[in-house]
Write a protein that binds this ligand. Sequence first.
Ligand code: AMP
Ligand code: MG
Length: 473
Amino acid sequence: MNLEHHFASLGEAFSSKTLIQPLHEQRLVEFNQSLATFLSIDIKSTETKRILSGEEPLPSSLSMVYAGHQFGGFSPQLGDGRGVLLGEVRGLDGLLYDLHMKGAGPTPYSRRGDGRAVLRSCIREYLASEAMVALSVPSSRALALYDSREAVYRETPEAGAMLLRTSQGHIRFGHFEYFFSQGKQEELDQLIEYCLKHYYPDSLKSESPLEDMLTEVVKRTARMVAKWQSVGFQHGVMNTDNFSFTGETIDYGPYGFMEDYEPNWVCNHSDHEGRYAFSRQPGVGLWNLNCLMRCFSKHLERDQLIAILQCYEPELQSHYDVLMMQKMGLSSVEVLHELLPPLLLILTAEKMDYTIFFRLLSHLEKDNFNPLLDEVVDRQRLSQWLKRYQSARLSESTNWEQAGHEMLQANPKFVLRNYLAHEVILAAEHGDYLPFRRLLNVLNQPFNEHPESNALAQRAPDWGKSLEVSCSS
Ligand code: AMP
Ligand code: MG
């Protein structure tokens, strides 16, 4: 493993030296071999194994300091309260990737927390991040999962665990807010330079590198949120400290994947006001970018910053349109804009399962609507919509079957349903990781049929609909 230490070289203003503190009797229980191969990490090497797990102390490992707007209020100092950055490794694509351990023990930024993570939340993050990547949503990834015999206290004692994750960069909007709010101009400039060099080198060729980089950050964020909306993902805690400067989904906590379609859905039971409700995510993305742009008010004029922010909405809308056209087998934006809003009203009224609906739509035969009509109460309303849809699709493409085939590559059969995560967590807490691996396998290839795993494509049973997720992790 060729570990590099670029972030560490920024110096003490940016982080504190922190070692991983291994858990009591910890075991490596899951390892992502294809990701390891991509990162040229040989897990069979004893030395690598010991470094990754924290058994071999790595003097250059660190915890990062940052700030953030949490549920709208500014916290001037947060930081990795339970995360340790081991360093960076180069992927086969030539880019650098962070190796970051979550649940690694107390750090100088732990505040009142214990620095730990529970097995439940590590499994949820592992599954969600890998599911997102398989759905082509930019995301951090899971490299390794460790469980232990150490009790971690939440509402009740739970099994402690650690998750080794990777991302292009763990620099958050909150990193910039931290230095800006303290008037630390020099450090802010250093951070800008660092991000240009490592994440946005193309911007260095521009006449105004900072402006160019920020425009790219806005666009990447817009595309990430557009993808969330198209796959029905709700992040749950869209605080600015959970928003990555590289436009990747990070920090999976009380997230959810839409089951019964409901635009006002709030997956996080700690979010009492519904600040991060599904339909609000695009607006919150812009709100967060606004917080970020303020940090550059000494570098760029107000009008320039506003112009950068104005790229957000058109980028998000056009990307969302493309994704939804793929899901519906359409090629005209005008037709999409005519057909999608009434469809979403029907899905809401019917409490229709988002994933199952689009999968059935992909399988729809030209002259038999029954498989979809059998799913709803108001058959007439859906039938009218389907007739409009049928004629639009027929006028756009001559080959109905081919279009349906392509739609199957845009509409997954499998999605990470909350009750499925709950079941595999219960098994893992009893030492049985087979259900976890079975679920991970279909989430890694969610567009394939996997007939032996049909049960994992089913709606939640009644008990599974009322499961709550909160910030406790
Ligand atoms: P989150 O919303 O989970 O991303 O966490 C918000 C902040 O709280 C971050 O600074 C985390 O590092 C910190 N944090 C969360 N859980 C713990 C914990 N158990 N111990 C220490 N810090 C924590
Ligand atoms: Mg966080």
